[in-house]
Ligand binder design. Structure first.
Ligand SMILES: [Zn+2]
Ligand SMILES: [Zn+2]
Ligand SMILES: [Zn+2]
Length: 363
C-alpha cells in the first residue's frame, strides 16, 4: 500500500472556484477529526415493509415516470413525501428592506435507482446504470420543458445516514428550482472569466493537464525535489468518453469527479453511447472506492449548465460533471467556521491507492 512520501502541510486553492480551498495536512497525528462509521450495509434484496421495493408500489405516491415505460420497472420516479420545494403555492417573491425571499417554487422527486433494496452502485450492471442516467436525463428534460421558471434541476444521491439518506433502499433525488444553486453559480462565473481570458474551458484545461502535464519543483537552496507531478497522477479511471479525476484541491479525502473527455456543457446533451461509457466509468470508480474505504457513506451530484436565456452563453465555458463525495469524517468547527476543509491524505496518494485496486473480472 502506498504511504505518504513526505508530509505535506499546505493550503490548496480550488482552480475552478478560488474562494474554496482545502488544507492538506498529512503528517501523522494531524488527524483532528472523528472518523465517520461505514454506512450500515443492508444487503437484503427485498424488504416487506419498504415502500421502494418492487411489489410495494402502493406504498408510495403515484409513479411519475418508470423506466422502461412498459413491463417491470427498473427505475421509478415518484414525488417526495416530504418535499423541500413544491409547486402547490404561488405567492410570488418578497423583498422587505435588505431581506429578500424567493418563493420556494419547484419540484422534489425521488428516483428509485433499482427494484432490489440494498444494491450498491458498483453492484448494478452497466446496462442498469446507463438506464438510470437515461432516467435522470429524461426527467430533467421533462421538467425544464414543463416550466420555464425552473432554472436548475439538481440530481443527487445520498448514501448512508451521514450523507443524509433516511431510507435505506437505494435511491437518488431530484430537486427542480427557480434559482441556480450557489455552488454551480460560482463554478459558472469563474469558468466564464477563465474562458474570456484564455479562450478555453477551464475543465477541458484541467483534463488536458491531468493527461499530459508533468513537472518537478525543486527547493531553491538545497536543490532537493519539492514536488513531482507525473502524467496521469490525478486520473483514477479513463473510459472512451469519460474520465474520473481526483481533484488537486479535494474538499473530501476520497472525492472523485467524473467529466466528459470532450467538451459538453449540458448533461442533457449526453449521447446514448456516452451514457454507457459514463455507467462503466462510474461503476469502476465506485468499485475502487468500495475496495479502499469499504461501505463509505457518500453523496454524488450532477453539476450542469442551468437553463434559461441568462445562462445560454455559458455553453463554451462550462463543462458538466458528476462530483462524488465520500463522507469519511465529520466536519469540525474549524472546517465549518472557516470554510477550509482539512484533508489528512494527499489527493496524489488517494488517487494512487484508488488506481492500485485490482478490479475483479466482472468490471
Ligand atoms: Zn426496499
Ligand atoms: Zn470543457
Ligand atoms: Zn461542480
Amino acid at each position: 500500500m502506498s504511504q505518504e512520501p513526505t508530509p505535506i502541510r499546505e493550503i490548496r486553492i480550488n482552480p475552478i472556484v478560488p474562494s474554496e480551498s482545502v488544507l492538506v495536512a498529512t503528517a501523522r497525528g494531524s488527524r483532528p477529526r472523528k472518523e465517520e462509521a461505514p454506512a450500515p450495509r443492508d444487503t437484503r434484496s427485498h424488504v416487506e415493509t419498504c415502500p421502494f421495493c418492487q411489489g410495494n408500489e402502493h406504498l408510495t405516491p403515484p409513479t411519475l415516470a418508470a423506466f422502461p415505460a412498459q413491463g417491470e420497472w427498473q427505475v421509478r420516479i415518484v414525488e417526495n413525501l416530504y418535499p423541500v420545494l413544491g409547486d402547490d403555492r404561488t405567492g410570488g417573491s418578497l423583498v422587505f428592506g435588505l431581506q429578500q425571499a424567493i418563493e420556494g417554487y419547484g419540484r422534489h422527486e425521488v428516483i428509485i435507482d433499482h427494484p432490489q433494496h440494498g444494491t450498491a452502485i458498483h453492484e448494478m450492471s452497466e446496462a442498469h446504470l446507463s438506464l438510470l442516467f437515461g432516467a435522470y436525463r429524461a426527467r430533467m428534460r421533462q421538467l425544464y420543458d414543463s416550466n420555464p421558471r425552473l432554472k436548475y434541476v439538481l440530481v443527487f444521491k445520498n448514501f448512508g445516514p451521514a450523507a443524509g439518506a433516511s431510507i435505506p433502499h437505494t435511491h437518488s433525488q431530484l430537486i427542480a428550482m427557480p434559482v441556480v444553486p450557489e455552488n454551480v453559480h460560482n463554478e459558472l462565473e469563474h469558468s466564464r472569466v477563465y474562458f474570456k481570458k484564455h479562450h478555453q474551458c477551464i475543465f477541458c484545461s484541467l483534463i488536458d493537464e491531468a493527461l499530459t502535464f508533468e513537472a518537478t519543483l525543486y527547493h531553491r537552496d538545497s536543490g532537493e525535489i519539492r514536488r513531482k507531478i507525473n502524467v496521469g497522477q490525478y486520473v483514477v479511471e479513463r473510459g472512451k468518453h469519460f474520465i474520473a479525476i481526483k481533484p488537486f484541491a479535494s474538499r473530501f479525502e476520497w472525492e472523485v469527479h467524473i467529466l466528459p473527455l470532450v467538451h459538453q456543457s449540458d448533461f442533457l446533451a449526453i449521447s446514448d453511447e456516452g451514457r454507457d461509457d459514463l455507467a462503466r466509468v462510474l461503476r469502476r470508480t465506485m468499485a475502487r472506492l468500495d475496495a479502499v474505504i469499504g461501505g463509505a457513506q457518500y453523496n454524488y451530484f450532477l453539476h450542469t449548465q442551468p437553463h434559461g436565456p441568462e445562462h445560454a452563453d455559458c455553453g463554451a465555458s462550462y463543462h458538466w460533471h458528476l462530483e462524488i463525495c465520500p463522507r469519511t469524517s465529520i466536519p469540525t468547527g474549524f472546517e465549518l467556521g472557516s470554510g477550509l476543509f482539512v484533508s489528512t491524505i494527499s489527493p496524489e496518494t488517494a488517487a494512487q491507492r484508488l488506481r492500485e485496486v485490482a478490479l475483479s473480472a466482472e468490471y
